[in-house]
Design a protein around this ligand. Sequence first.
Ligand SMILES: Nc1ncnc2c1ncn2[C@@H]1O[C@H](COP(=O)(O)OP(=O)(O)OP(=O)(O)O)[C@@H](O)[C@H]1O
Ligand SMILES: [Mg+2]
Length: 324
Amino acid sequence: MPLQFSRTSQGAREARVLAVGGGKGGIGKTLLTANLGICFARSGMKVVLVDADLGGSNLHTCLGIEFPGVSLGDFVQRRVERMQDVIVDTGVDGLSLISGAQDFLGSANIKYTQKMRLLRQVCRLDTDLVLMDLGSGTSFNVLDFFLVSDLGLVMMVPEPTSLENSYRFIKSAFYRLLRHREKNQALRRVIEEAMEIRNPREIRTPYDLIRVVSQLDPTRGAQYLQWLQEFRPLLVINQVRNDEDRDLGQAVRLACRKYFGIDLDYLGHIAYDDAVWKAVRRRAPLLEASDVESELGRSLWTLAREVGRRLAAAPGRRRWEVAE
Ligand SMILES: Nc1ncnc2c1ncn2[C@@H]1O[C@H](COP(=O)(O)OP(=O)(O)OP(=O)(O)O)[C@@H](O)[C@H]1O
Ligand SMILES: [Mg+2]
């Protein structure tokens, strides 16, 4: 059982939570979430997939099932009280699904208190592992889903637009994390300023922000620097077609370290493969339909093992605790 890990280190009933994001749409977040779920479930773990793409829920389709009768929408609108009650079977042993909402327009419409209730209950699901499929963009709701997880995975494809969005996503997630952790109003305002593209202090990178904060409060600046060093999103490159694409992971890692001071944890890549879109068209889960011995199958299992290893080693301390 190579992918298993114990969940007893941090209170017996806490599930480990992984979020899959990336800023851009159509880059394979849903595909990876669904298939990682299949890998972990096949390894004997209890897994709940959460379709947190509130505006464009389609994780059920990647799993080859109809949109279930209950969804996150029922929970958010309080038609059901417990998140446990919107979990449905997927047909794969050990793998369940909480489908996204279909009855409100987008994640922007979810209120702060609704989001907090949702995030709290996600972390308390009675399961081994929760995998959250995030929507695109860098809205606060998407970032908060990313930050409430034990580990956040950033997906990218070898296209300039995806690169740009991923850098923005990583930087915004870090600023948002600081915003959650900072209680001082004046420093909060500096962080909020940094989140604006054009800001008067010309803060472009986390380094710039730390420099400004250090001038105002050196101790706090040092603390931010430590948080920056601890912030290690996982990185996966999808739709790799050639050697140049294959090298992108390391190049992105180096660039992120140099310009942002963020050390991404590069897990590996997934090849571009016609089997992916063919499976989506057939509404069949990829790993169920395709040959596990294929390059694609092997890379998904390798990624699952890498994720499993990180989750097992994760300190069991969330990056951002949702207060009661
Ligand atoms: N490795 C791949 N090889 C070939 N096609 C792929 C691959 N990965 C993704 N695709 C194609 O990209 C499409 C989008 O993938 P997916 O729905 O997982 O993206 P997403 O990031 O979740 O998008 P959204 O943000 O819109 O939810 C798939 O339906 C498939 O056609
Ligand atoms: Mg998706």
